[in-house]
Design a protein around this ligand. Sequence first.
Ligand SMILES: Cc1cc2nc3c(=O)[nH]c(=O)nc-3n(C[C@H](O)[C@H](O)[C@H](O)COP(=O)(O)OP(=O)(O)OC[C@H]3O[C@@H](n4cnc5c(N)ncnc54)[C@H](O)[C@@H]3O)c2cc1C
Length: 481
Amino acid sequence: MEADLLILGAGVAGVYAALAAEERGAKVLLLAKDPFPSGSTPWAQGGVAFPLDEEDLEAHLQDTLRAGRGLVDPAAARSILEEAPRHLERLRALGLAFHPDPTREGGHSRPRVRHLGGDRTGALLLEGLRARLKAPIREGWTALSLLLEGKRVAGVLALGPEGPVAVRAGAVLLATGGFGRLFPVTTNPPGATGDGLALAFQAGATLRDLEFVQFHPTALPSGALVSEACRGEGAVLLNALGERFMPRYDPAGELAPRDVVARAVFQEGLRTGGVYLDLRPIPRLEARFPTVVAQARALGLDPLREPLPVAPAAHYAMGGILTDLLGFTGVKGLFAAGEVASTGLHGANRLASNSLLEGLVMGHRAALAALEDLAFPQNPEPLPVLAAPPGILPSLREGAGRALGVVRRGEGLAAFLRFLEDLPLEERPLASRAELEAGSLLLLARLMARGALEREESRGAHFREDHPKEGKPRHTLFRKG
Ligand SMILES: Cc1cc2nc3c(=O)[nH]c(=O)nc-3n(C[C@H](O)[C@H](O)[C@H](O)COP(=O)(O)OP(=O)(O)OC[C@H]3O[C@@H](n4cnc5c(N)ncnc54)[C@H](O)[C@@H]3O)c2cc1C
């Protein structure tokens, strides 16, 4: 198999990138390890944040900067937000009928989040994009490592239905999503194991700010998410005593930034024994949030009659592979877009619904940039695969939940790091999918714990009980060797 552009991952970033490359006449190969629809994209409920107009662009930028607590790159954020309206038009031209009235979500000063099919935005967006794609999505293909010749990436070693295959390409775009599966309670799908970050790390790319993982404040006991848009439309948080507590934590109440709400939910849960989300104030609840209602009913709960038990769950990786504003990783032939990347848009805390937007804008840009610099070296060789025994995962997750959760402490992080150093992480010529995933998660746990321990401050999604104040803004960078 050979292609001009090899795209790994069929979420919003990968599929939108493939469309852009096909429009330029390129030969595209799109591999995904799970059957379509895969990744976090089809699970996205709330919507996509698009600035409403020129004036709102400034307000959207300010909201993004405020949420990101000093670590958003203002130039990157401005550039992505400026391009957003063009993509809304393009999506509409492709037949995606966003609801005419935008919704307001936490951290946004105005209603500017566009949704499809009530709370089915991600699923309908992805299906709508896929329907316009000419190339098939090849499912059941797991990228194990990158092929390299000299210092240039020239394809991947992938595990296909019939075994390992070296797939050559003029450029590779990583669109493999995040790593929420490091945590015991997460809103992320089973494939969110951070493989793309491990592949890029092995090839010499820089990873940035991995310690910033956003915890969604309101997940059901199953990990299913209750969209922030519910709070935007009137749902209130109650503690086990039946008290509405958010106004005590933040003047914006239930619509405070996610990190503030997640910590408040965590603390009120500890203090009173539980936290509940009351959806009954939402008019026409079942029509507006059909997925949420169905997910609650699947657990035997009835949101039309009773408040739902909720808790914070690992949700979104703000950090990722450092890229420029064209999705270039600094390693020749290697690009990254979507949740796997760190462009500087999210800083220490992502503003709700900015991630699908980033996947669209950066997927499109990265595809075009990659096509500008294709090369086909003769004899690329696969890099070693990072692998670990899948049996480590239960204790790895339990430890991550304790040490790297909503509230962190230095001793807990140091102890977790010592535990991680004793777990076997090997470089091998080949591995199974399960071994690759365990290896990726172990690598990320080590880097993240180191970043969280060294960051002796509290900022955005990173809260250190032993260092509760914000220090000087700085990034954490991780490189192999
Ligand atoms: C429950 C939930 C709700 C959300 N709601 C919203 C929302 O309302 N608005 C918003 O903006 N954001 C939301 N987010 C975040 C957003 O959905 C994600 O950040 C975004 O969809 C990520 O898109 P992506 O294309 O980068 O990756 P993903 O959609 O996660 O896709 C990753 C792809 O990579 C593939 N893959 C992974 N590893 C490999 C490998 N080794 N080899 C081959 N393929 C691989 C997967 O199979 C998948 O196809 C939500 C997230 C969750 C979990």
